[in-house]
Design a protein around this ligand. Structure first.
Ligand code: ADP
Ligand code: MG
Length: 351
């Protein structure tokens, strides 16, 4: 091999660093939507609507009726590491909000054009500001506004041509966005969600706030899903092995699908847990082979110190303290639920 001189090491421009980091936080349009939905939920919104154009590449607009953003905070809103949710590292242990890093909005301004319109309680008018590369481009302009905040991202990845091309070639993100909103809607049941494609007359998701989880599932996933669900609950309070609560809805033997739907929230965060998913699939395959691709909605609550939320922003896969024990307990709860329902069914059939 030819030995060449070692290349010189130099410091990257801050703009380059920021754009690379932003591209990791906002990997595709659906990741931007997730961050915006979480911000709206953190702002105590009771109604959130999403508008999408061109799979999110032309436009993503999320409007909420939450507490809004103060005028004084608008100048630093989209800087990196500015947040209203965290002050000390220790706060992470007890954090209830979904955001805390102050990176999402900043990231969006490095890979798209961001416009924020917001009004706080008691104000006669709102303000609108636009942002680029972390910076507010001009003084906020007074404007008419109803309640809450509207965030608009235009031309996502305009400055990342490779990313834009791959996304344009692949099937667009709109179905992923709809799927994400459906998942949020059956967990945050006191919030109205809607999602519409630009130019479409009808919304593709439209959930109405309710106090019944089953009603929410019915309105989002349809009657055929909701009528074949059973509620499961586990509550463990054994400090030596595991402390957790789980409640959820799982499909019965009449629910037949081509693939599993697993909607998992841990401490109110939408996550994925491959090990738990596989464990559940195994139980179904063994107990209800004909209905082995279930619908699962599950909410797990753990002591906050048993789960590390401070993982990479895009890392939806989590691991838990005492994961094996937790999975085993959930597995056996599901198994006995399925066996009981199967037994009572064959009993009815015999009669
Ligand atoms: P984080 O959510 O981690 O704090 P973000 O970049 O997502 O960081 O948001 C920065 C800050 O902007 C938030 O801490 C919050 O104070 C404010 N904010 C963002 N979106 C909204 C919204 N929809 N309503 C009210 N405040 C918001
Ligand atoms: Mg956030």
């Amino acid at each position: 091999p030819t030995h060449r001189e070692p290349p010189r090491i130099h410091r990257l421009d801050e703009a380059v660093v920021n754009r690379i980091a932003a591209g990791e936080v906002i990997q595709r349009p659906v990741s931007a939507v997730k961050e915006l939905l979480e911000n709206s939920i953190d702002a105590d919104s009771s109604s959130i609507s999403v508008l999408v154009k061109d799979g999110g590449l032309k436009l993503i607009q999320v409007s909420d009726d939450g507490h809004g953003i103060r005028y004084e905070d608008l100048p630093i809103l989209c800087e990196r590491h500015t947040t209203s949710k965290l002050s000390k590292f220790e706060d992470l242990l007890s954090i209830k909000s979904m955001g805390f890093r102050g990176e999402a909005l900043a990231s969006m301004t490095y890979v798209g054009h961001v416009t924020v319109t917001t009004i706080t309680k008691g104000q006669l008018h709102g303000y609108r500001a636009t942002y680029k590369d972390g910076v507010m481009e001009h003084e906020p302009k007074a404007c008419a506004a109803v309640k809450g905040t509207q965030i608009m991202i235009e031309n996502l990845f305009y400055n990342m041509s490779a990313r834009r091309k791959t996304l344009q070639n692949s099937a667009d993100d709109y179905p992923k966005i709809v799927d994400l909103i459906c998942r949020f809607a059956i967990h945050h049941i006191s919030v109205n969600f809607s999602c519409r494609k630009h130019g479409a007359a009808r919304a593709d998701v439209h959930s109405v706030a309710t106090s019944s989880r089953l009603d929410a599932i019915r309105s989002v996933y349809g009657v055929s899903v909701a009528q074949n669900l059973m509620e499961v609950e586990v509550s463990e309070d054994d400090p030596s092995s595991s402390i957790f609560e789980m409640d959820g809805f799982i499909s019965n033997s009449n629910y037949i699908a081509k693939k599993i739907t697993m909607v998992l929230f841990i401490n109110d965060r939408l996550v994925e847990c491959g090990a738990l998913k596989r464990a559940i699939e195994i139980v179904y395959a063994a107990t209800l082979p004909k209905a082995s691709k279930p619908f699962i909605y599950m909410s797990i609550k753990l002591p906050p110190e048993h789960i590390d939320v401070n993982v990479h922003p895009t890392k939806r896969e989590v691991s838990l303290l005492n994961q094996e024990v937790i999975i085993e307990k959930i597995q056996s709860a599901i198994e006995s639920k399925l066996r009981n329902s199967n037994d009572s069914r064959s009993f009815q059939e015999q009669r």
